[in-house]
Ligand binder design. Structure first.
Ligand SMILES: C[S@@+](CC[C@H](N)C(=O)[O-])C[C@H]1O[C@@H](n2cnc3c(N)ncnc32)[C@H](O)[C@@H]1O
Length: 236
């Protein structure tokens, strides 16, 4: 999205996710970036005094204001274990503290640059299920899906970005939706892990599957962080 908006600032673009805090973060960075930065600076100051206890204090906190919810999300992302986002069945963030000497909690120039791009007048955000895309597409539109990745091994089960797990049924729903969008004349791109299930769901000849090698930041064993295969599936 940032890449395309850099090239076509007036591009009409709809961004959706089921995680309300993620959508809230985009909105707050767009509309109140100075307040987000101030709140993050407060977090950074208190974290430096006692990283361990402050991290868990923030993790357990339940802020009510939009700015505090967003600065909590960004603060935890910068200080938690490997930038992982995971919640338990009750929707509570449950990632432990990461091992950093000097985490970049307030990346001011980046936040300001992101805010600038998000102010594009043709950009809209929605907290909704992916199938809602059917309400606003037309022939020729481009749709990119970045769903929770399918686990590739028994121990790699990581699909809980929200407290609603991304199930096999969800993946089937997504594959059916992709078929429908294809038949409506849309361009579809989907990224995922190199999982047998995904490759099978998109085995029809209209889909091109491209394997790409990526470096994974999220793995408890740093030796296993490099050299993973992911796939890009597309119909154009
Ligand atoms: C691989 S992440 C992509 C994150 C996103 N591209 C970003 O960084 O801003 C997968 C995303 O899918 C979202 N998700 C899970 N189930 C969903 C659903 N049924 N409908 C829409 N989004 C969903 C999660 O909340 C998570 O943010």
């Amino acid at each position: 999205m940032f890449n395309l908006l850099g090239k076509h600032p007036d591009m009409k673009c709809h961004v959706s996710d089921l995680n309300s805090n993620l959508i809230l973060a985009y909105l707050a960075i767009r509309d109140k970036v100075t307040e987000v930065i101030d709140s993050l600076e407060e977090h950074a100051k208190k974290y430096q005094k006692n990283p361990d206890s402050y991290y868990y204090h923030v993790r357990e906190s339940e802020p009510v204001s939009q700015i505090e919810k967003v600065s909590k999300l960004i603060f935890l992302n910068k200080t938690c274990f490997n930038g992982l986002y995971r919640v338990n069945s009750k929707g509570k963030f449950n990632v432990p503290l990461g091992r950093y000497t000097n985490p970049n909690i307030v990346n001011k120039s980046n936040l300001l640059a992101v805010s600038q791009i998000l102010q594009s007048s043709n950009l809209e955000f929605f907290c909704r299920d992916f199938e809602s895309v059917l309400h606003d597409i037309k022939k020729g539109d481009f749709i990119y899906f970045d769903p929770p990745y399918q686990p590739v091994s028994k121990t790699a089960s990581f699909t809980s970005y929200t407290n609603k797990m991304f199930t096999d049924d969800d993946l089937d729903r997504l594959a059916n939706l992709a078929e429908k969008l294809d038949s409506m004349g849309c361009k579809v791109l989907l990224s995922n892990s190199k999982s047998k299930k995904v490759e099978k769901l998109f085995s029809a000849s209209k889909w091109t599957i491209k394997e790409i090698r990526v470096n994974r930041a999220i793995n408890s064993n740093s030796k296993k962080r490099t050299g993973h295969s992911e796939i890009l599936v597309k119909n154009y």
